[in-house]
Design a protein around this ligand. Structure first.
Ligand SMILES: NC(=O)c1ccc[n+]([C@@H]2O[C@H](COP(=O)([O-])OP(=O)(O)OC[C@H]3O[C@@H](n4cnc5c(N)ncnc54)[C@H](OP(=O)(O)O)[C@@H]3O)[C@@H](O)[C@H]2O)c1
Length: 271
């Protein structure tokens, strides 16, 4: 990958990865992952609940790139979190992917007693089976609860983040605690690509609206995982390292914030 971020534990994480939510068909997942790796991606984001871990693994093997060059994230789903069956769920995930380890294992949603089962994530990390461990959809309140019981603190918090939900307080908190932030639904599943202010800024730099949003995140130190099944978009979404947005444009995008969510609020989700 052209550009990586360094996590608090010194490990590297590519700043742009491929999101795979809603790619349910495993053969399409395999084709997409292989195409993405061919286009230069070295970071793939999947989850047990996406039902595509098998396809992701097939795509990795089809790509011909060494596993050691890739950064693969998966997530433990809520029912396994609630029942505390973390290790069992993890083993099923790595079997489906066909890998001996993952680069990042996440608590998918703050379900169940995370202060209790976090130890199982730490055990997987100590065993080298999850090179990094982290959380997803955690608010400041939840991190405040989790951090005091951590022997190994979360390296990453993956949250909904985009120009309509800039998450500035959470970003500041995570920066202070040295927790890297990954943005999910960075385009609001496409909706934000029609925003006139973003389109205007994109024209100024000769880039697309998608690239402007991805670059805005990158310049804010946020990891991107855009999802696309189209080759030209895969190439577009990773080509964000050849321009720099001016502070005024960064600020102008920040000002689009309206605390609007595409997904549920982690403080009251019901699944
Ligand atoms: N941790 C969590 O709870 C959580 C929740 C949601 C998502 N995620 C992760 O975050 C990833 C990204 O979020 P997301 O999939 O919800 O949405 P997204 O990345 O915001 O948007 C994906 C949508 O935008 C389109 N698109 C992508 N690149 C484009 C481009 N350059 N130009 C025009 N359209 C483009 C895609 O269409 P095509 O595919 O047709 O190109 C797709 O419809 C997920 O795939 C998943 O890995 C995590």
């Amino acid at each position: 990958m052209k550009s990586d971020f360094t996590l608090s534990n010194g490990n590297r994480m590519p700043a742009v990865g491929l999101g795979t939510f809603r790619i349910k068909d495993n053969s399409i997942a395999a084709e997409t992952v292989a195409a993405a790796i061919g286009a230069g991606y070295r970071h793939i984001d999947t989850a047990a609940i996406y039902e595509n871990e098998t396809g992701v693994g097939d795509g990795i093997r089809q790509s011909g790139i060494n596993r050691s060059e890739l950064f693969v994230t998966t997530k433990i789903w809520n029912e396994d979190l609630r029942s505390g069956q973390i290790k069992q769920a993890f083993e099923k995930s790595i079997e489906r992917i066909g890998t001996e380890y993952v680069d990042l294992l996440l608590v998918h949603w703050p379900a169940g007693k995370y202060t209790e089962y976090w130890k199982q994530f730490e055990d997987l990390c100590k065993a080298g089976l999850a090179k990094n461990i982290g959380v997803s959809n955690f608010s400041i309140r939840m991190l405040e609860e989790l951090l005091p019981v951590c022997e190994i603190k979360p390296a990453v918090n993956q949250v909904e983040l985009h120009p309509y939900l800039t998450q500035k307080p959470l970003l500041k908190y995570c920066e202070e605690k040295e927790i890297a932030v990954t943005a999910w639904s960075g385009f609001m599943v496409g909706e934000l690509l029609k925003n006139t202010r973003i389109i205007k800024i994109s024209e100024k730099y000769g880039k697309t609206a998608a690239q402007v949003i991805l670059r805005w995140n990158y310049q804010n130190g946020v990891i991107n995982i855009p999802k696309s099944v189209h080759r030209e978009r895969l190439a577009e979404n990773i080509s964000i390292f050849d321009f720099v947005m001016e502070p005024a444009d960064m600020h102008s995008i920040d000002e689009l914030n309206k605390n609007l969510r595409k997904g549920p609020d982690p403080e009251n989700f019901d699944f």
